[in-house]
Design a binder for this molecule. Structure first.
Ligand SMILES: Nc1nc2c(ncn2[C@@H]2O[C@H](COP(=O)(O)OP(=O)(O)OP(=O)(O)O)[C@@H](O)[C@H]2O)c(=O)[nH]1
Ligand SMILES: [Mg+2]
Length: 472
């Protein structure tokens, strides 16, 4: 669910606001739900904001307040406020409508049961209470009436700014932050691949050719995907599956819900459709970590050691035990997890709940005991950097991505090189070379680590065997 405000529109708003600034998303109804309470929780007392509405005529309009939103029940005075139109019926068509000098005391309203509201309630009041989504849109119950005189319309009217249409696909509120936004630097912060079809084909072939070493007797490398709900675990599997399918597929359910969308353990195999053969690795998709349900420590051990069968239905109330039907007794190296990929949403790194962070740390203790390699798949890059959203080739030049990598590496106590930026397929209808390259590079690294682990296990088994022999 990327931010919708295009770079050119951000630049236009910054020009109108009159200073170098960038925009940080605070609230988005398609992500957070359309609720006056949530709007106030996320936007009150934050500082200057722009509110942007996207209606079903493909018109983009909204308002700027240099003062805080609040829930005091009164008007918000702001001599710098303005309403605006950025796009009209699908075409860029910017207009600024400044607040009237004599009515700036009514620039906005801070009313707890109202969403964003400009001009003493009457010019542009987006909605009140809660609005459910109907199909792909929200039928907002607010009002637009650009006649009250609080703002200066310069001959424009309600229709020419808003189509008098409050059926919207989205509404976003951005914090206006002083200073230039995340930059794209000329010097990449990590070596960037050649973004061409040759790289893509090479990676593709190397994954098709992947085989664990014969001495291990293991036929498939197992990568465990684990992380907070909604981080993009199932979408990562879907992305990999799409690449080898040659078209976008969504075999694993994905989405945004209060609780984990994935409820069953799945050890997904991937078929290369050009040869009809299964690849020699599996992506093991788990239930998402949630604040309310801590993952059972023993269950985690069973998961890592290969005791839990494919399609096991997770039940946070009743953890897996050796008595659970399907329990795999005496699993061998083939059944075990060989590399763990923490899937982390780059756009919510800073607000990861403490309880989820703790669950990941507890899990790391188990991984370290087993010497299991760990990586982070850092997802949703498109959400933290508009330049990356526009073109994935900017990933390794984006300071926003670089900052997120540094923060996650710190949180997880892992080397930065183990944090692998990816963008999953989510709204695309066609495969894209750049997206494929990032996903396959990350996967290749997981498999290299998995090989190291298996190699180490072989050594260990050899030493253990030798010791046993000496003892006998
Ligand atoms: N913009 C963007 N959205 C993404 C990306 N990856 C996943 N999403 C979206 O994030 C939401 C959650 O993705 P899932 O793949 O279901 O996440 P999950 O980790 O499997 O979640 P649970 O199964 O609930 O634990 C979906 O709406 C995806 O479309 C990404 O790279 N970019
Ligand atoms: Mg899932």
């Amino acid at each position: 669910m990327p931010e919708l405000l295009k770079r050119t529109y951000r630049e236009q708003l910054a020009t109108w606001i009159g200073k170098t600034c960038h925009f940080r998303l605070l609230y988005k109804i398609s992500r957070d739900g359309c609720s006056a309470t949530t709007f106030h929780q996320q936007c009150d007392n934050q500082g200057p904001t722009v509110t942007v509405l996207y209606n079903t005529n493909n018109t983009i309009f909204g308002g700027y307040l240099s003062q805080n939103w609040n829930s005091s029940g009164g008007n918000i005075s702001d001599a710098n406020a303005f309403l605006f139109r950025l796009q009209y019926n699908g075409s860029s068509n910017p207009v600024k409508l400044p607040v009237n000098a004599s009515y700036y005391n009514y620039a906005g309203s801070g009313i707890s049961n109202y969403g964003p509201s400009f001009g003493g309630n009457s010019d542009l009041m987006a909605f009140q209470g809660n609005i459910s989504k109907s199909g792909k849109e929200f039928v907002l119950n607010g009002s637009v009436s650009l006649t009250s005189g609080y703002y200066n319309y310069n001959g424009y009217d309600t229709n020419s700014i808003t189509n008098s249409n409050l059926r919207v696909t989205d509404l976003e509120v951005y914090l206006v932050v002083d200073g230039p936004g995340p930059k794209i630097s000329d010097k990449p912060w990590r070596e960037s691949p050649e973004w061409n079809t040759e790289t893509c084909q090479k990676l593709n072939q190397s994954l098709i050719d992947y085989k664990p070493m014969t001495e291990t007797n293991v036929t498939t490398g197992n990568i465990l995907l684990i992380g907070q709900i909604g981080a993009g675990k199932s979408s990562f599997f879907n992305s990999v599956n799409s690449i080898f399918r040659g078209k976008i597929t969504s075999k694993a359910s994905s989405g945004n819900f209060e609780h984990s969308v994935t409820t069953a353990y799945r050890k997904y195999k991937i078929k290369d459709f050009s040869s009809g053969k299964f690849l020699n690795f599996r992506l093991c998709d788990t239930r998402g970590l949630e604040e309310e349900f801590a993952m059972d420590v023993q269950e985690i051990s069973f998961l890592l050691d290969g005791n839990i069968p494919d399609r096991y239905q997770f039940n946070p109330m009743v953890p897996f035990t050796s008595e659970t039907p399907g329990y795999i007794k005496d699993p061998d190296l083939q059944d075990k997890i060989h590399c763990v990929a923490f899937v982390v949403d780059s756009s919510t790194v800073d607000v990861m709940p403490d309880k989820v962070r703790k669950q990941m740390k507890d899990l790391q203790v188990k991984l370290n005991q087993r010497n299991l390699p760990q990586v982070v798949l850092l997802t949703k890059l498109d959400k933290i950097c508009p330049e990356v959203e526009e073109d994935i080739k900017n990933t390794f030049s984006s300071s926003a991505v670089s900052d997120a990598v540094v923060r996650v590496a710190e949180i997880m106590g892992l080397p930065r090189g183990h944090v692998l930026p990816v963008k999953n397929y989510e709204s695309e209808t066609k495969l894209k070379t750049g997206v494929d390259i990032l996903v396959m590079e990350a996967l290749q690294q997981c498999l290299d680590f998995a090989d190291d682990f298996m190699d180490e296990q072989l050594d260990k088994m050899a030493t253990d065997g030798k010791l046993k022999k000496e003892k006998d």
